[in-house]
Design a protein around this ligand. Structure first.
Ligand SMILES: Nc1ncnc2c1ncn2[C@@H]1O[C@H](COP(=O)(O)OP(=O)(O)O)[C@@H](O)[C@H]1O
Ligand SMILES: N[C@@H](CCC(=O)OP(=O)(O)O)C(=O)O
Length: 277
């Protein structure tokens, strides 16, 4: 069913798509090549349709673990950073080959979230994206894991690409952010733990009550869980833009979302939609 608020998505021209680790890795720790290739196919086709696409991809650590035949994340942060450096190279190698197969060139952009805090960094980042898009190149973004470790609540952890993708949306002045994850959208409780969880169709405001419905990642490699996705949504709503959280199991879902079909959860500013289950 196409509703008027969903119809507005058909007008999106510059789109940021974020894929989480859980979307590009099998639960057994191997790389899901089929999905990576399908993602490259779908994004390439959107580009051929005349849309501008920016991909934010997690997976450096997941791919790095796989390359090094490790089944567990190392405990220390420096070791994890080394794994991320190894995995990022391989991840870009795979993307580069898949996109090349579909006739498109990619460019790697590694960022830290504070680029928005410094006018010069912000301008340089915006310039890089703009030039890549002018040259018809698909930017592929990840957080710069060598430098972007954060100390949060006395826990040292990697930053998160959910929030980073909302920052990329802001810097590039894109129309829409689509987060692809391993669940169908945002539910009233964690669907991995509760079979009776109900999916929200649209959300127009993020409050403490919204955060209370979110919990951590259900997957082995995902880092942020639903909380960081809500942080991203909050930022997107502040920008008066839209975000869709949907299941990346079949990347062709992007075609349906951009056709205005009611899939996933649409986070949309109040005047554009109503909160509903
Ligand atoms: N209210 C909720 N609605 C949907 N998913 C939730 C919710 N609360 C927690 N989650 C968990 O968040 C997970 C997605 O986050 P994460 O594993 O970090 O994914 P990604 O790797 O795609 O970033 C889901 O698999 C689910 O277990
Ligand atoms: N930058 C790191 C992890 C970032 C991250 O946010 O992971 P995820 O929760 O799977 O989106 C990586 O590429 O492995």
């Amino acid at each position: 069913m196409v509703t008027s608020v969903r119809h507005s998505l058909t007008q999106s021209n510059r789109i940021v798509v974020k894929v989480g680790t859980s979307t590009i890795m099998y639960p057994n720790g191997s790389i899901n090549l089929q999905r990576l290739e399908k993602l490259a196919f779908v994004l390439s086709d959107l580009k051929n349709q005349g849309k501008q696409v920016i991909l934010v991809s997690s997976g450096a650590i997941g791919v790095g673990l796989s390359r090094m035949n490790l089944t567990e994340r190392p405990v220390t942060i420096p070791e994890q950073q080394a794994i991320a450096a190894i995995g990022q190279t391989e991840l870009m190698n795979l993307y580069s080959q898949f996109f090349y197969h579909y006739g498109h060139q990619v460019g790697q952009v590694l960022l830290t979230k504070d680029v928005v805090d410094f006018p010069v960094s912000r301008k340089n980042t915006a310039n890089t994206f703009e030039q890549l898009l002018i040259k018809n190149v698909i930017p592929i973004v990840n957080e710069n894991d060598t430098v972007s470790v954060e100390e949060l609540e006395h826990l040292t952890r990697f930053g998160d690409n959910d929030t980073l993708s909302a920052i990329v949306l802001e810097i590039t002045d894109a129309d829409l952010l689509i987060l692809l994850s391993d669940i169908d959208g945002f539910y009233d409780k964690n669907p991995t733990a509760h079979k009776d969880a109900l999916l929200f169709n649209t959300i127009d405001e993020i409050t403490d009550a919204t955060y209370a419905l979110a919990s951590d990642s259900g997957s082995r490699f995902g880092t942020g869980g639903m909380t960081t996705k809500l942080n991203a949504a909050q930022k997107v709503l502040e920008e008066k833009k839209q975000m869709v959280l949907a299941n990346g199991e079949d990347p062709a879902i992007l075609f349906q979302i951009l056709a205005g079909e009611q899939l996933g959860t649409l986070f949309t500013p109040a005047q554009k939609g109503e909160t509903s289950l």
